[in-house]
Design a binder for this molecule. Structure first.
Ligand SMILES: [Zn+2]
Ligand SMILES: [Zn+2]
Length: 127
């Protein structure tokens, strides 16, 4: 695998998927682009500037798109995902202060409050 064109910063004339995080690089946004040759095929790589920084921090030669989050290395993505679980009730991502593996079902503070209130009401109704 050899780099044909050295990385350059370009402004997107249309949307491109980012080769690092898989999210769109918006039209008009600056991104980093380079081309390499892989077994006789030219591969253009386009990444967000913050993804470029993450990629360089990560030291990975190449990543599958959307395995990492935007601007994060794979390790940072893994940590982020344990501290930003998805609420099982409203399916919103929320921030948990500590890594969460054991709290099942895991609810965001809003849904946890709502569930407590519901349980309290049901307990009162049962009287
Ligand atoms: Zn990206
Ligand atoms: Zn929720």
């Amino acid at each position: 695998m050899s780099v044909i064109w050295q990385p350059v910063t370009q402004t997107a004339r249309k949307e491109h998927p980012c080769s690092w995080c898989g999210e769109a690089i918006a039209k008009g946004e600056e991104y980093w682009r380079w081309v390499w040759e892989d077994r006789g095929e030219l591969v253009a790589v386009k990444v967000h500037l913050d993804c470029r920084d993450a990629w360089q921090r990560d030291g990975a030669e190449f990543a599958e798109p959307s395995e990492a989050r935007r601007g994060m290395t794979m390790d940072e993505t893994a940590i982020y995902e344990t501290t930003h679980p998805t609420c099982e009730e409203c399916e919103r991502e929320f921030h948990a202060p500590e890594a969460t593996y054991c709290n099942v079902p895991y609810l965001c503070p809003d849904c946890a409050r709502a569930m407590k209130a519901r349980e309290k009401r049901e307990a009162e109704d049962a009287d």
